[in-house]
Design a protein around this ligand. Structure first.
Ligand SMILES: *[C@@H]1O[C@H](CO)[C@@H](O)[C@H](O)[C@H]1NC(C)=O
Ligand SMILES: *[C@@H]1O[C@H](CO)[C@@H](O)[C@H](O)[C@H]1NC(C)=O
Length: 333
């Protein structure tokens, strides 16, 4: 054999050897209209590409141990939905996900800690589920230009901030879910890209913002500024002591939840603070004098708010006080 050919052979051999297995004990199931049409178990493979179904499937469920999604790992065209749940994924490299016209991607219940720049940028997804990972860092440019994105689920992670840039170029977003994280603040104008997009494209679909079970102490008065219609803002199970009266200025909010916070009294114009069509505020450690004011407002404005427990609590306190006074009176007798 001539030396040149030998060198080529050697280099071919060495690339083959250096290609370590990236997928181990992986199972791939393909569905067409919910019917299982493809199933394959792989012990070891460098790439998934040659193991994917050749015929059309609309949904692919991949399970097994896949610690890293390397660049180019998932080149999937003509797929509607990809499910990779509970695969112990720790890392997604930029360029790993290349999914043509795919509408739904679920990576829930993995071990992802960080979302790197442009991992999801420009994808055609309608639904992206990253819930129940260990995410504590999301790059400012992780999600932008997702022009079809309607649902972004980041629930049950360890994220401590919301970044307005995530929403750049995502005009269709209707469900932003970030419950069960460690957010402490809803910053000023954090949804301004959504607002601008929706106003300029006259998108009227409802927007739901789900932020319950965080550590929110502050909602900036201009946090939702620019949005005209909001379907719901869930803020229950946080550490709020109140809301600024200008928070909902020029916004039609349909539903607001504030239960399980640290609110003793609302300071400011109740018509503005509680302008939402439907409000729930229980439970909160309401001050009894303030509660009376709140109930008076509710009657007068014909707006029902749930104050049953707080009211009972205050009535009980009143009874206890009277009994104490009676006891004292007897003691002095
Ligand atoms: C997304 O697409 C736009 C328009 O095609 C392009 O300008 C932009 O650079 C793309 N972003 C990324 C991160 O690929
Ligand atoms: C609840 O509010 C009170 C003031 O009304 C404050 O002293 C306390 O630290 C707050 N608790 C928490 C857990 O933030």
């Amino acid at each position: 054999m001539c030396c040149k050919q030998f060198v080529i052979l050697l280099s071919l051999l060495s690339t083959a050897i250096s290609k370590e297995a990236r997928f181990e004990n992986v199972e791939i199931n393909g569905y067409d209209l919910s019917k299982l049409v493809y199933s394959k178990k792989i012990e070891k493979a460098f790439s998934l590409t040659e193991n994917l179904p050749k015929n059309y499937v609309d949904k692919l469920v991949i399970s097994g141990n896949i610690p890293v999604l390397h660049e180019g790992a998932l080149n999937l065209k003509e797929l509607d939905e990809l499910v990779m749940e509970n695969c112990k994924i720790r890392e997604i490299q930029p360029g790993a996900i290349n999914v043509g016209e795919m509408r739904k991607l679920s990576l829930n219940r993995n071990l992802i800690t960080e979302i790197k720049p442009h991992v999801f940028s420009n994808l055609s997804l309608f639904v992206l589920d990253l819930s129940k990972n260990n995410i504590n860092k999301i790059d400012s440019n992780a999600f932008n230009d997702m022009s079809n994105l309607m649902t972004l689920n980041l629930g049950w992670n360890n994220i401590d901030r919301i970044d307005s840039n995530w929403f750049r170029g995502a005009p269709e977003l209707t469900h932003f879910t970030m419950h069960h994280n460690s957010i402490q603040e809803v910053p000023d104008k954090v949804f301004h890209y959504l607002a601008e997009n929706r106003n300029s494209k006259q998108i009227s679909t409802s927007l739901g913002i789900v932020l319950d079970h965080n550590k929110i102490k502050t909602v900036h008065p201009g946090a939702f500024k620019g949005l005209k219609e909001i379907e719901m803002v869930w803020l229950h199970d946080n550490l709020l002591q109140g809301l600024d009266e200008n928070t909902w200025e020029s916004i039609h909010l349909r539903q607001l939840t504030l239960g399980n916070n640290n609110i003793t009294c609302f300071e400011g114009d109740l018509d503005k603070i509680l302008s939402a069509d439907k409000i729930s505020v229980e439970p909160n450690p309401f001050d009894c004098a303030c509660l009376e004011k709140l109930m008076g407002w509710s009657k007068q404005s014909k707006k029902s708010i749930d104050l049953f427990y707080a009211d009972n609590e205050c009535k009980l306190k009143d009874i206890r006080r009277r009994i104490d006074n009676l006891n004292k009176a007897f003691d002095n007798y």
